[in-house]
Design a protein. Structure first.
Length: 197
């Protein structure tokens, strides 16, 4: 697990700093505009943000994730993690929201030690449909063709590295052979990506 986290952080650093990162054929304006298609990560974002700010005006988005993501970037449910740091304390409040279609609910509020290794998402990010499209065109479709029993998970977060950008981490995995997977990290601002095994 530590190796995966180290690889993820290193890849995020490379994505944020590399001039030679892969980019898609998509127009960057198309990437950053995103869509608000139902059941994408961004679809209920405004409603989740409003609820989080109502519970604690200092709360900020830390991550978004979903399991069983479809190839159009939609999922039955997205989990949004918000955090509010208690000034002068080593604890933070973490708010977990779940979005279903047009419904948003707060799953839990936990106060615990502040976690390290992730930051607040600091800027506008493109939607899950764009991220999955990049993954599909960069090897995800080939993985699905070779492994029809696949599942896709996606998460958006930002590393605690200077000048890091919000980043989509997408994993395709075989349900029957857990060792078979395809993983891609996609910069959620400019569309550059990195593959890792």
């Amino acid at each position: 697990m530590k190796n995966i986290i180290a690889i993820l952080l290193l890849s995020l650093l490379i994505l944020g700093c590399s001039k030679d990162s892969n980019t898609t054929d998509n127009n960057i304006n198309d990437l950053t505009s995103g869509s608000d298609s139902p059941n994408t990560a961004h679809f209920n974002f405004a409603a989740v943000e409003k609820q989080a700010k109502t519970l604690d005006s200092n709360s900020r988005l830390k991550s978004i994730s979903a399991e069983n993501v479809k190839i159009d970037g939609t999922a039955d449910s997205w989990i949004f993690k918000y955090s509010s740091v208690n000034i002068g304390s080593y604890t933070s409040k973490y708010f977990y929201f779940r979005s279903f279609d047009k419904t948003v609910k707060c799953d839990s509020i936990i106060e615990t030690k502040t976690t390290v290794g992730d930051a607040f998402i600091s800027e506008t990010w493109f939607n899950s449909d764009k991220a999955i499209s990049i993954a599909e065109n960069s090897g995800g479709k080939n993985f699905r063709d070779e492994n029809p029993d696949n599942a896709i998970s996606a998460s958006l977060s930002q590393a605690v590295i200077y000048n890091a950008s919000p980043t989509w981490y997408i994993q395709y995995s075989s349900k029957t052979n857990k060792e078979k997977n395809f993983r891609i990290i996609v910069n959620a601002v400019n569309g550059s990506f990195s593959l890792f095994q």
